[in-house]
Design a binder for this molecule. Structure first.
Ligand code: ZN
Ligand code: ZN
Length: 243
């Protein structure tokens, strides 16, 4: 696992899928800002490796001030505890709808469905209550965040999960899309707890209004030269299924 540069101020640790998907982790912030932000944590059990990869890349862990979750499925939040243990004072920022669940210990979004909860708890030996976290900032969508000298807009994009967010940098036209839209005209599943095909459709059309040159999804390949109207085409293709 190696930290890769997307552009100055945006770096990425590719997820390491084995029998379970592991989300990508992005690191954002101008290199000299000493104010860095992680986006997503990755799968349960992968945290130690991810922090090591950040150190190997020369990142000072004390410069990492916060982690923003695109959403709280297990493949994104699973490694959070391991990462928080290694990066002191790391703030956790999550959309309000999923933040409330994390704070109350409601793990339905984390596991997505009851069958997965049983399977994952058995597979990894995860105990109930493992994903109870205090959230330092609850996002609503619409915020313009200044993260390490870069402007990132928070966009609430429910559908894959109820508190999914995307982060958009208008200057460099970069979209961190979580599991809402991926490369190659694929989109996130919409059958898990809190998901909605109808809302996913609206979210895709909302994202389609942005000028996007670089697409940084939660899984699979990243795209550095997004074609014109890519998200609109993706939304149009999927629209008949999104009810
Ligand atoms: Zn997801
Ligand atoms: Zn995912």
């Amino acid at each position: 696992m190696k930290l890769e540069k997307v552009v100055t101020g945006v770096y990425f640790l590719p997820g390491e899928d084995e029998f379970m998907p592991d989300s990508h982790v992005y690191l954002i912030g101008e290199p000299d800002s000493h104010d860095l932000t992680l986006v997503d944590a990755g799968l349960f059990g992968k945290g130690k490796k991810k922090v090591q990869a950040l150190k190997d890349a020369g990142i000072e862990l004390k410069d990492i001030k916060r982690i923003i979750m695109t959403h709280t499925h297990l493949d994104h939040i699973g490694a959070l505890k391991e990462i928080k243990e290694r990066i002191p004072n790391l703030e956790l920022w999550v959309h309000r709808l999923e933040a409330e669940q994390l704070e109350s210990g409601d793990e339905r979004t984390v596991y997505g469905m009851e069958m997965f909860r049983q399977m994952f708890q058995m597979q990894f030996g995860i105990r109930p209550g493992e994903f109870r976290f205090k959230v330092d900032r609850k996002l609503e969508g619409g915020e313009d965040l200044n993260l390490g000298g870069m402007k990132w807009r928070v966009i609430h994009v429910p559908g894959h999960s109820m508190g999914s967010i995307a982060l958009y940098n208008p200057h460099k036209m970069i979209l961190i899309s979580g599991d809402v839209v991926y490369a190659d005209y694929s989109i996130g599943r919409f059958d898990l707890f809190g998901a909605s095909g109808e809302k996913l459709k609206e979210s895709l059309y909302l994202l389609a209004r942005l000028k996007v040159r670089i697409l940084l999804p939660g899984h699979n390949r990243i795209v550095k030269n997004v074609e014109h109207d890519y998200i609109l085409k993706t939304a149009t293709q999927w629209e008949p299924y999104l009810v």
